[in-house]
Design a protein around this ligand. Structure first.
Ligand code: G4P
Length: 286
């Protein structure tokens, strides 16, 4: 993947983001990483661990309203084994966000205790919020800080100052200084980001994408697929599935062939708008 929502990723921008994060690390106590609960690994920055070192980590499994709740629970456990505290959230409705402040206190319990010992009452905890574009980082910050501000463009090269948000007397958030990138040299990651719409359809072949999505759904969520589109021969490949679905929906072109382009756009739209169901594309074990 070379572009995500029209973002050009250049080594220079990455170096700059790395440097800026390194500079700000001394100012913060913990990191909150926003990921897409439907693709918790594909939506991570590949070198986050290296970037944040030993800072305690909270993983916000965002868009959990769209993800499979059973799988989300498994991801919470997975991150726990990785030493991070994960919480499912829905930043569109605000669901789950009420646990955020307590989560910060939990991961910083030792620090809070040492503040107390030193009589440093009232010293706010500072958390850096990170996430690749489109995971819902702005939605999270807006929701938790109660500020509706115009979204700063996610474009490397666009200079923006450090953005601090005071949540209350005990908590301050710092927006990522820079833009984080996904693991774009991995084909499956690119595909997952494209399925969820994190990568613009303008740069992906819609029909190919919908065919691949149907193959993945036929394997992972056959019941949801047939509940939405009726009986399908799930053994068949993506092209056949797309044609079958388009045919059932009456999407014909002049001459009688199925309009697979229209069918592809419909399948992607229905997946992204929850019409097929709550789906997690990445599993803990494989
Ligand atoms: P970013 O800063 O990480 O780039 O992401 P941003 O907050 O802009 O969110 C990207 C898209 O994801 C937005 O949709 C936003 O509404 C949606 N979103 C964020 N959090 C959630 C969530 O928990 N659940 C669901 N269902 N959607 C979420 P958009 O279509 O780009 O804009 P709009 O629909 O808000 O107009």
């Amino acid at each position: 993947m070379s572009e995500a929502q029209h973002i050009q990723w250049f080594p220079g921008h990455m170096t700059k983001t790395k440097r800026k994060i390194a500079e700000q690390l001394k100012l913060i106590d913990a990191v909150a990483e926003v990921v897409d609960a439907r693709i918790p690994l594909s939506s991570r920055n590949p070198i986050l661990k290296e970037l944040i070192g030993t800072k305690p980590l909270i993983v916000l499994l965002n868009k959990c309203d769209m993800a499979d709740p059973k799988k989300t629970a498994e991801w919470v456990e997975y991150f726990k084994t990785m030493g991070a505290l994960a919480i499912p959230v829905d930043c569109k409705s605000g669901k789950g966000l009420n646990t955020f402040k307590d989560s910060v206190k939990t991961v910083l319990a030792e620090k809070l205790e040492s503040y107390k010992q030193k009589g440093l009452v009232g010293k706010p905890l500072r958390v850096m919020v990170v996430g690749i574009p489109n995971v819902g980082k702005s939605s999270f910050i807006n929701r938790i800080s109660g500020v509706t501000k115009a979204k700063v463009e996610n474009r490397p090269g666009v200079t923006r100052g450090n953005q601090w948000f005071t949540i209350d007397r005990q908590l301050e958030l710092l927006d990522t200084p820079g833009v984080l990138w996904p693991k774009f040299d991995d084909a499956t990651v690119g595909e997952n980001l494209a399925f969820t719409g994190a990568v613009s359809d303008r740069i992906t072949d819609t029909e190919m994408l919908a065919m691949r999505l149907l193959e993945v759904l036929a394997q992972k969520y056959p019941d949801l697929l047939t509940a939405r589109y009726g009986e399908l021969d799930l053994e068949r490949d993506g092209y056949d599935l797309l044609t079958e679905i388009g045919f059932k929906r009456g999407m014909r072109m002049r001459g009688g062939n199925t309009d697979t382009e229209r069918a592809a756009a419909m399948v992607l739209e229905e997946f992204r708008n929850l019409k097929i169901g709550r789906i997690t594309l990445e599993e803990v074990n494989g």
